[in-house]
Design a protein around this ligand. Structure first.
Ligand code: PLP
Length: 409
């Protein structure tokens, strides 16, 4: 076996499809979000505006969060020193789990090293703990949910995205006495659409299923205290298991689930991805704790965030740019519909306009739906938006004539 050639071929395959991933090398500026310095391969540096960060509220720069992290390092040192079971449970972990349980109105919460790990571990472990569990999964669920559902090894059915009729068809066809779980997200981050939580809960009740809701793109952002769309819609109590991240709107890192005491305790005792890994360091846990607490009390930031997203969408629509209609959230996706063009537009924005937006290509989204995904924050000004829209208009005109061939408005 020529291993080297095999690896090269695998890479070439991706490159030929225009999906070769190049990471932008960035230095964020403390206190000057969303500006950053971009370093190119040749070492040259330029100043850019980040338009695709999942640090949706700029919490990664909030002095309250940074002070808590500095203080935790000074008080505790760097790492946690172990798994949760073997000396790696700090007081911050305990406090943060209480805080998250309170945020979601649940009995208990459990921290993981990331949202990905939380989904993978929880969804696989639920199938271990509940033998014969049938999982009903939305077609656009995140890769981490799919991984967990698959790794659990149980029966699974995929329902068409946000299609409750299809979900009901599948639920009705399953044995009435089998344990069931509906796994879905609130905000789908690539289309920016939002699930019908109340409708899904009604079906779960009718067919005796548990609900598992990924609120990764909603925690910190929706609801009066930032618990997510379930809080906004007044249905928190009817979601059995909520999953979230500390790495997006909360601006730090880590993931969690929250729910009933016995459920959380079972996951704690059975989930390999929870048990056999070093716990989050004190500085991250302290920073997340400060961030969750601060956002609970600052609903005006969420209102400002929604206003910024609405303003950008309106400006893009006025300019005739193809903003995706499905987007009813803080996410502003603009359809390109082709991997090569998507990358090209993104490259030109960065090189010529100082605007950084990563192209979103397969397998993150289906082929033919490649897009640019903008995430305006409360720190993106009107002037930045005007500059963005003008840049897009000029590129759209240029690429439309030269290469896009009718994809644009
Ligand atoms: C990003 C993401 C995750 C993973 O969260 P991390 O904390 O980044 O690992 C889970 N679910 C969805 C829907 C996501 O977009």
């Amino acid at each position: 076996m020529d291993y080297k050639a095999a690896f090269r071929n695998a890479v070439e395959l991706v490159r030929e499809e225009g999906r070769y991933r190049v990471f932008a090398d960035l230095k964020r500026h403390r206190g000057d979000f969303p500006r950053a310095t971009w370093t190119q391969d040749d070492g040259s540096e330029s100043e850019i505006v980040v338009w695709c960060s999942n640090d949706y509220l700029g919490q990664g720069q909030n002095p309250v969060v940074l002070d808590a992290m500095h203080a935790a390092i000074d008080a505790n040192g760097s790492g946690s020193g172990g798994t949760r079971n073997i000396s790696g449970t700090t007081h911050y972990h305990v406090e943060l789990e209480h805080e998250l349980a309170d945020l979601h109105g649940k009995d208990a919460a459990l921290l993981f090293t990331s949202g990905y790990v939380a989904n993978e571990a929880a969804l696989a472990t639920l199938q271990k703990v509940l033998p014969g569990l049938i999982t009903f999964s939305d077609a656009l669920n995140h890769a981490s949910m799919i991984a967990g559902i698959r790794n659990g090894g149980g029966q699974r059915h995929v329902f068409r995205h946000n299609d409750l009729d299809h979900l009901e068809e599948l639920l009705a066809a399953a044995p009435a006495d089998a344990p069931k779980l509906i796994a879905f997200e609130s905000v789908y981050s690539m289309d920016g659409d939002i699930a019908d939580l109340a409708g899904t809960i009604a079906l779960a009740k009718k067919y005796g299923a548990l609900t598992y809701l990924d609120e990764v793109h909603a925690v910190g952002l929706y609801g009066d205290r930032g618990a997510g769309v379930a809080e906004r819609d007044g249905v928190m109590a009817d979601i059995d298991i909520v999953e979230g991240t500390l790495g997006k709107a909360f601006g730090v890192m880590g993931g969690y689930i929250a729910g009933d005491t016995d459920m959380v305790d079972a996951i704690r005792l059975y989930a390999s991805g929870f048990i056999f890994t070093t716990s989050l360091p004190p500085a991250l846990t302290a920073g997340a704790l400060a961030s969750v607490r601060w956002l609970k009390a600052h609903n005006e930031v969420r209102e400002h965030h929604q206003e910024r997203a609405a303003t950008l969408k309106a400006m893009m629509k006025d300019a005739g740019l193809p903003v995706m209609d499905s987007s009813v959230s803080h996410i502003v996706p603009v359809m390109v519909g082709d991997a090569v063009h998507c990358k090209l537009v993104s490259d030109m924005l960065l090189q010529d306009h100082g605007i950084y937006v990563q192209p979103i290509n397969y397998p993150t989204v289906p082929r033919g739906t490649e897009r640019l995904r903008f995430t305006p924050t409360p720190f993106h000004t009107d002037a930045m938006m005007r500059d963005l829209v003008a840049s897009l208009e000029s590129l759209w005109a240029r690429c439309n004539i030269a290469r896009v061939g009718g994809v644009a408005a």
